[in-house]
Design a protein around this ligand. Structure first.
Ligand SMILES: [Zn+2]
Length: 93
């Protein structure tokens, strides 16, 4: 993750531990994926419960880099508003 946005120069390290709160935005994403996988694997594929836990563990661990980044992006968008004028200001400097 870069320290600053290359387009608008927004500081991504707003304060120490800022992204700890991103746990609250990545958690619903994990629950959503788990719900979809549970319906798919248990109802439609009729996978055995033991293999379901193995599959869901592997799938969620492999999706972690994407989920973490998505959760952070949602978290910073809660606190930092997009301002189109700041982009043109940064380009003019
Ligand atoms: Zn930006």
């Amino acid at each position: 993750m870069p320290d600053r946005c290359p387009v608008c120069n927004q500081d991504f390290q707003i304060e120490p531990g800022f992204y700890i709160g991103a746990l609250w935005t990545s958690f619903p994403i994990v629950i959503f994926i788990m719900t979809l996988l549970s319906i798919l694997l248990l109802v439609f594929v009729k996978m055995q419960l033991e293999w379901f836990f193995v599959a869901i563990t592997i799938i969620l661990f492999s999706l972690q880099p994407i989920i973490i980044r998505l959760g952070r992006a949602i978290w910073i968008n809660i606190f930092v508003d997009f301002d189109a004028e700041s982009i043109t200001d940064a380009e003019n400097k």
